[in-house]
Structures are given as structure tokens and as C-alpha cells.
Design a protein around this ligand. Structure first.
Ligand SMILES: CC(=O)[C@@H](O)[C@H](O)COP(=O)(O)O
Ligand SMILES: NCC(=O)COP(=O)(O)O
Length: 238
């Protein structure tokens, strides 16, 4: 069974919106683990708009499951990962101004660069993963870099799931089969949700890990609001 790594970027977004420490990112990470999360994922972006570099250092001290740091391996990111030494680093080709991740690596074009970065992190005992679209050539290219795993970028699956889930999953099944054949582990993430996760996991038997943030945090709000509204009303009743 694949493990669930919860991406807590959105908790940091909410915290940063007021400049204080509410919600407390570290408490959320500890609570998530106690509720059963099997990993914590963060994606510090260069502008630190949600996860700050210091959060990565602080989380390393308290996360007892698996810390996964995602990001574009620019110099400051490489230094941070070298210092924090998470269980896993996931390389994502984000433009600095991207609103969210919107593509996987071209592992053929960037093969030499990725090979160098993968070897740099692997030499420190950090598991490596490369974010890729579900395209056979990109999986084959990833293999050439010596990476441990790929993370399949699931936005396309998620956005087509309601229209035709069989068609939406088809390229992922092919990419996953290729990865298994080549001996690369398979992670997946982006826009996975309570609605589309089960089918995805059922169709990819070799799936090792999913990282989920945006939907999971949004669903937590939807599912928690009734309880909290009632708690507030109880405090207003005499
Ligand atoms: C790599 C990936 O798929 C992303 O989902 C990312 O980690 C989310 O980043 P944001 O929270 O900044 O949108
Ligand atoms: N790697 C994907 C991730 O960490 C979370 O993506 P999302 O669920 O926030 O879209």
C-alpha cells in the first residue's frame, strides 16, 4: 500500500497571512503524524511565500516519519537540502513565479544537470525523486540520471478524472509500468483528492507514495467547519 505524505504548504500560507504563528506549522506536522500521516512534504519556493527555509530546519527536528522536500534545485535550495538532510528530495522544475507546479522535467534535455544533482544528494544518503509527466520517454530519461524514484505529476489525471477516468489514468499506467520495468520507484502527486485517489491507487499497484496538500487541507476545512461553528455557538449561548 502506498504511503500518504501530507503537504503542509497551505498551513504555512494561512500562517503567513497574519504574520504570527497561527496555525502552528510544527504542531500541525506533529498532529498529522499522530493522526496517521506517514510523511510530511514541503515545497519551499524561492520567495518563501508559504514554507520558509527556517521551517524546513525546524521540521527536520520534529518530523518522525519521512520529511520530503520538493523544489527546483537552485543554489539556495541545494544548500538547504544539504543542511536539513531530509529522507527524500523531489526535484521539480518550477519557474520562480509559477503559481504552483505546472510541468514535469524534460529529463532528456536536462539529463546532465539532473544526473549531477541526483548524485550530489544520493551521496549524502538522501533518497531522490524527479517530478515527471506521465510520458514514457521522460521516465526513461529519469532512469539515465540514476534517480531512485519518479514522482508522476497527476494534475492531468485529476482534471480529466470526472470526464473519463479510464482515459485519464491510461498514460499513468503505462509510465508506471515502464518505471517498474526500469527499477525506479513510483511516487505521485498534485491535485489528488478524496474523490480521485482511490481509483488512482488501485490502478497503479507499484505506487509507493502520494503527497497531497491542496485538496487534503481544503477537505479538512469542509469536514471540520460544522464542528467548529457549533463550538463557537456553544460559547455564545448563556
Ligand atoms: C510538486 C507539486 O506537485 C506541487 O503540488 C507542489 O508541491 C505544490 O506547491 P504549492 O503548494 O506551492 O502549489
Ligand atoms: N507533490 C505534490 C504535493 O506535494 C501536493 O500537491 P497538491 O496536493 O497540493 O496539489
Amino acid at each position: 500500500m502506498a504511503i500518504l505524505s501530507v503537504n503542509i504548504n497551505k498551513i504555512a500560507t494561512l500562517r503567513n497571512s497574519r504574520g504570527g504563528n497561527v496555525p502552528d506549522l510544527l504542531k500541525v506536522a506533529v498532529d498529522l503524524e499522530s493522526f496517521g500521516a506517514q510523511g510530511i512534504t514541503i515545497h519551499p519556493r524561492p520567495d518563501e511565500r508559504h514554507i520558509k527555509y527556517q521551517d524546513a530546519r525546524d521540521l527536520k527536528r520534529i518530523v518522525t516519519t519521512e520529511l520530503n522536500i520538493e523544489g527546483n534545485p537552485i543554489d539556495s535550495f541545494i544548500k538547504l537540502v544539504d543542511e536539513v538532510k531530509p529522507a527524500q528530495v523531489t526535484l521539480v522544475p518550477d519557474a520562480p513565479d509559477a503559481i504552483t507546479s505546472n510541468a514535469g522535467w524534460d529529463t532528456i534535455k536536462h539529463r546532465d544537470f539532473l544526473t549531477e544533482i541526483v548524485s550530489h544528494f544520493r551521496n549524502q544518503g538522501i533518497r531522490t525523486s524527479i517530478f515527471v509527466d506521465s510520458v514514457i520517454e521522460m521516465v526513461e530519461g529519469a532512469k539515465e540520471t540514476g534517480v531512485d524514484r519518479i514522482e508522476l505529476y497527476t494534475e492531468d489525471y485529476a482534471s480529466h478524472y470526472n470526464k473519463d477516468k479510464e482515459a485519464a489514468i491510461a498514460p499513468y499506467i503505462k509510465a508506471a509500468k515502464k518505471a517498474t520495468e526500469l527499477g525506479i520507484g513510483i511516487n505521485a502527486g498534485h491535485d489528488l483528492s478524496l474523490e480521485n485517489l482511490k481509483f488512482f491507487a488501485q490502478q497503479l499497484p507499484d505506487l509507493l507514495e502520494v503527497s497531497i496538500g491542496h485538496a487534503l487541507i481544503s477537505e479538512s476545512l469542509y469536514l471540520g467547519l460544522e464542528n467548529v461553528v457549533n463550538m463557537y455557538k456553544a460559547r455564545l449561548s448563556s
